[in-house]
Design a protein around this ligand. Sequence first.
Ligand SMILES: Cc1cc2nc3c(=O)[nH]c(=O)nc-3n(C[C@H](O)[C@H](O)[C@H](O)COP(=O)(O)OP(=O)(O)OC[C@H]3O[C@@H](n4cnc5c(N)ncnc54)[C@H](O)[C@@H]3O)c2cc1C
Length: 337
Amino acid sequence: MMPSVIQDFHNAGIEVRIDVSLAPLTTYGVGGNAACVVKSTVEGIGHVAQILSSHPHIPVVVLGRGSNVLIADHGFNGVVVLLAGATGADAIEVQDDHVRVGGGVLMPVLARRSVAAERGGLEWCVGIPGTVGGAVRMNAGGHGADMASSLRDVEIISLKSGRREVVPAHSLGLHFRGSVIAPHHVVTSATLATTSTNTAAGTNEINAVVAWRREHQPGGRNAGSVFVNPLDGARSAGALIDELGLRGYSVGGAQVSEKHANFIQASDGATPSDIVSIMQHVQQEVERVHHIRLRSEVRLIGFSPDIEEQFADPRHNESGRLEAGANLQKVLGEDER
Ligand SMILES: Cc1cc2nc3c(=O)[nH]c(=O)nc-3n(C[C@H](O)[C@H](O)[C@H](O)COP(=O)(O)OP(=O)(O)OC[C@H]3O[C@@H](n4cnc5c(N)ncnc54)[C@H](O)[C@@H]3O)c2cc1C
């Protein structure tokens, strides 16, 4: 099945790379290979979607900056679609009280460009080292805000149906560090509400966010917070882990950060299995002592269903979320296939 989709990409003149190491495409810098990787601009994604929609059984996953993913040791046996990071002047359109931004634009670029155009409210985005598309999918947030607080709508293209639709934010099932956007849905652009600001005030706020991050978060190879703060963010996963004295706990080349207990650092020689072993140990200990089951914020790609299930959010099976997911698939014409 794979050779025929590769042939289809070749025939359409779309560059496709085969047996590609995914490690360099992620901030953890670990993980195996993808069967194939297709890099696309927002403009070109329609052609990619058309081809993939005629191979609906091939597993696909979209990746942005790879700052919230852990790839399995044996990689991903499917097609990884990379949304190229647009940087041109047209990647961000500032209009009256909102901005429209491409899905591949980096969040810090969004923060800085908005402030330069005297639009405020998105300064916190400077602290998120990922793309706008990834941030929508994750409902990324920090410093008292998240994507849901300013997101109006997004354009999504389905790699299953090939259909492209503008979807209002309330149809995305956005919740604390998650949404019902599926691995085969590509957020190609987002419209975000902004407030009026002046560039000096906005720049000060940006500098404060950057300084806070430098002081409180480790550098090096990690994917930010590993576990979602439980109870919809009311408890700090880092504090729960910290109380158990797990800072510095290590397996192979991976270690719970000494600086932030909810970060796992990868050093040379670290493997995805090392990171997962730490996650399992931390999850077990927190559940044993605090009776709270932590779920993974980091998206696990290519792992066995039992590992995925172990760290999944049990609420993804709640009727409200299932319904929102089914509705989104319907809007994108996936039920017609
Ligand atoms: C040092 C550090 C600090 C961090 N701090 C924070 C923080 O404060 N708050 C926070 O919320 N997160 C934080 N993160 C996590 C991460 O940066 C965010 O979740 C970010 O929004 C992910 O964007 P990405 O492009 O890297 O997504 P990826 O890691 O590439 O993908 C993450 C998920 O989004 C999906 N996805 C990616 N692109 C798209 C797209 N265009 N359309 C649809 N789905 C897509 C992927 O399939 C995957 O499920 C941090 C990470 C690091 C490394």
